[in-house]
Design a protein around this ligand. Structure first.
Ligand code: ZN
Length: 483
């Protein structure tokens, strides 16, 4: 299984390289390389030895780590068996090349240029979902890829409970018609990157076991504690984008860096789920980064470096990073409208996988959904249906984990605050090691030893619900908007 883990990491590195260093003409060969490696992994995961070993193992004598390794090995074997090798390699090839096609179509703002590729991807994902399905709802199997054990029904129920309160809160804020605080400028790219590095270090990201580069979309790569890389992007008009993307990715990366090193490359040493992964990025980006205490810490660092910064006090910075205003772009959305973007994507991809929605009608369905959920229609596809890479990369079933992450982040931060009465003062002073230690202990180190929901329940002391997230957003909007 360590061999499987090692090859999986190598595949991850090829992906990292594709998005940071690879020259444009490398795309075609890279697709072949990744498909070949995916094929090797597919065979290895169902190697005849594995099944024999699983039969021979005396599971009664296993400790928690051993039991998790066996459970996850069985899961990998079962999932590999259910999918024909041709499907796996074709998906790897098509989604690798598909991301290049998507990027170009997005630049040109032409959904029609990407639609034929997406149609093939959706057809393959539909087939894959059917192969993997253990319920009547094939889409369940796609969610299960990223959030093991969670079903479409559970996500739909959660989203049903979030949608009303979020839409109502958003409507009340929009009614106030408060103008977006000006950021000022200029914000030179090199200075932003230098400050991003400093912030990542300050929250506890270990550069001895990672690195920070620039990419079109910020991401984290690497699933062994010794090498977890992050990227960010720089917009010279808006330092918040770069700095908060860095906080977000550092949150992801610190999770991977914090998994017990003795579990490295083993199934039990993987992150437990994408929802828990996202809880770590959101916790640092939103619960910490968008708090008044963090604005107090961050403001002098910004004003020292950027003489043109319009926010003249921590309070003004706090308002600027928390401005609520519906946006076309998910990744640039405020905390209130963000989850409405996710709900839209969740609905559309269910329809695509169930074949109730055709790819050729997707752009219209997207625009219609935006009108209903957020009251705005994107002027072109790059601000609409083409904005996210997920579908091009075949990641159907991924979007729900973002909102799950927001829900878990609010629960975990509330629990950390209960356990740590000094937390707010520590954040103000930029002393973030105690919070990281709490997360290491309650979340990171466990890897995949226990299931995601058990992990969160044990960390917070009860079943997780959406209430802390809604309370957090209501309190913030009450403070900033008087609604
Ligand atoms: Zn994330």
């Amino acid at each position: 299984m360590k061999k499987v883990g090692a090859l999986d990491q190598a595949l991850g590195l090829l992906g990292w390289d594709q998005h940071t260093m690879m020259p444009p003409r490398g795309a075609e060969a890279r697709a072949e390389e990744m498909a070949a490696l995916e094929g090797v992994l597919h065979d290895l995961r169902q190697d005849a030895h594995i099944e024999r070993w699983l039969v021979d193992i005396d599971t009664g004598r296993l400790d928690a780590v051993g039991a998790a390794n066996v459970r996850e090995t069985k899961r990998q074997l079962d999932r590999a068996r259910r999918q024909p090798a041709a499907l796996v390699t074709e998906l790897a090839r098509l989604t690798s090349i598909g991301q290049e096609t998507w990027a170009k179509a997005r630049r040109d703002k032409r959904f029609a240029d990407f639609a034929p590729t997406l149609e093939r991807i959706v057809a393959l994902k539909r087939e894959q979902a059917k192969c993997l399905a253990t319920t009547d709802t094939p889409y369940d199997a796609l969610i299960d890829t990223f959030e093991p054990g969670t079903t479409t029904r559970e996500v739909a129920d959660l989203f049903g409970r979030l949608r009303g309160p979020l839409a109502a809160l958003l409507a009340r804020v929009v009614e106030r018609k408060l103008e977006a605080p000006r950021l000022g400028g200029p914000f030179p790219a090199a200075t932003q990157m230098q400050l991003a590095r400093l912030l990542a270090e300050r929250v506890g990201y270990d550069f001895e076991r990672g690195r920070l580069d620039a990419s079109v979309h910020p991401f984290t790569s690497g699933g062994v504690p010794g090498d977890v890389r992050i990227t960010t992007r720089v917009d010279e008009n808006d330092p918040i984008n770069c700095l908060y993307s860095t906080l977000h990715e550092a949150g992801h990366a610190m999770y991977e860096q914090g998994i017990d090193g003795r579990l490295a490359l083993m199934p039990a040493g993987e992150s437990v789920s994408l929802g828990v992964h996202e809880s770590q990025s959101r916790l640092w980006e939103n619960q910490v980064g968008r708090s008044r205490a963090f604005a107090t810490f961050l403001h002098p660092l910004l004003s020292e470096r950027f003489a043109g910064l319009a926010a003249k006090s921590p309070d003004e910075l706090y308002r600027a990073v928390n401005h609520v205003q519906p946006s076309f772009i998910r990744t640039e959305s405020d905390e209130v409208s963000y989850n409405l973007h996710i709900i839209l994507r969740f609905e559309l991809e269910q329809e695509l996988i169930a074949d109730r929605l055709k790819v050729r009608d997707l752009e219209a369905a997207w625009n219609d959904g935006m009108r209903r959920q957020l009251g705005m229609v994107p002027p072109d596809a790059s601000l609409g249906v083409l904005q996210d890479v997920h579908w091009a990369s075949g990641a159907f079933g991924y979007f729900p984990t973002y909102t799950l992450g927001n829900v878990y982040a609010a629960e975990l931060f509330a629990a950390a605050r209960r356990d740590m009465p000094q937390l707010e003062g520590q954040i103000e002073r930029g002393e973030l090691a105690p919070l990281l230690a709490w997360l290491r202990d309650h979340v990171h180190r466990h890897g995949k030893v226990k299931p995601a929901r058990t992990l969160v329940r044990e960390a917070i002391g009860h079943e997780p619900t959406e209430q802390p997230l809604l309370a957090h957003l209501s309190a913030k909007c009450a403070e900033l908007y008087g609604v």
